[in-house]
Ligand binder design. Structure first.
Ligand code: 5BU
Length: 259
């Protein structure tokens, strides 16, 4: 099999500034861990971001679960991202026609395009979803991931749907820098694969979530980045938990490099 490229080598091959920055942070901080800050107040999200900041390459948000989202929150989060060096990824999962997602991305209460370096979209609506998002995001040098596979039980993002999603990404490389997936979907080293549904202890959550270990995600399924929510923020000591996941995922990456 072909030599596995390092994050640094892959960053050098990327055109998109967000992809280049992410790979560079991953290499520098020795972290392929993204923490999902699924908390409902600004104070909680900011506290978690500050605690786990040294251990992550990326913080994932769900802005629309917060009760007190504000421009002050965005400013504080951006300062933390600059200080700790992580990418901000709003997990918005756009899934409508181009004209609607354009507004959802640029306007409304959240102005996502103004602060999220990275967001994501379902391929379901067809390429119009990307055409719409691009008209807002390209000028701001934002990037997008396509959801090619999901972690939840019984999800429909499989087989031909997943294949068509990869093709859509290949046709929009100026904006799409990778995938949310459960496995490696392409050999193209400039596409980043990110895998949610990762935990060290549990196998599920009773609501359809299915977990794999960091080792399985990175070594068996060839994820580049693992995304961990409750495994970190439900822990009584989120900083130590983040460090555990960081070490587990980075050792798995180093194993792949060496083998
Ligand atoms: P958890 O607490 O580690 O289970 O959180 C996982 C996060 O990843 C959560 O924010 C989900 O919305 C997100 N997610 C997911 O779990 N599975 C998927 O397939 C996708 C997103 Br896409």
């Amino acid at each position: 099999s072909r030599k596995v490229l390092s994050y640094r080598e892959r960053g050098d091959l990327c055109q998109h500034p967000v992809a280049r920055q992410l790979f560079s942070i991953m290499e520098k901080k020795k972290s392929n861990l993204a923490v999902s800050a699924d908390l409902c107040t600004a104070e909680q999200v900011l506290q978690l971001a500050d605690q786990v900041g040294p251990h992550i390459c990326m913080l994932k948000t769900h802005a629309d679960i917060m009760t007190d989202f504000s421009t002050e929150f965005v400013q504080s989060l951006t300062e933390l991202a600059d200080r700790h060096q992580f990418i901000i990824f709003e997990d918005r999962k756009f899934a409508d026609i181009g004209s609607t997602v354009q507004h959802q991305y640029r306007d409304g209460l959240y102005h996502i395009a103004d602060w999220a370096h990275l967001t994501n979209a379902h391929a379901l609506p067809g390429s119009g979803v990307l055409e719409g998002l691009k008209q807002v995001g390209l000028d701001k040098k934002r990037a997008c991931l396509l959801i090619a596979e999901m972690s939840s039980k019984g999800n429909l993002a499989t087989g031909d749907y997943t294949k068509a999603t990869v093709k859509m990404a290949e046709e929009h490389k100026d904006f799409v820098v990778g995938f949310i997936s459960q496995s490696q979907l392409t050999e193209d080293p400039t596409f980043i694969h990110m895998t949610p549904g990762v935990q060290l202890s549990g196998s599920g959550d009773g609501l359809g979530q299915q977990y794999v270990s960091p080792w399985d995600a990175v070594v068996t399924r060839r994820a580049d980045v693992i995304i961990v929510g409750r495994g970190v923020y439900k822990d009584p000591d989120p900083a130590s938990a983040a460090q555990r996941y960081q070490t587990a995922a980075f050792e798995a990456y180093q194993h792949r490099l060496a083998n």
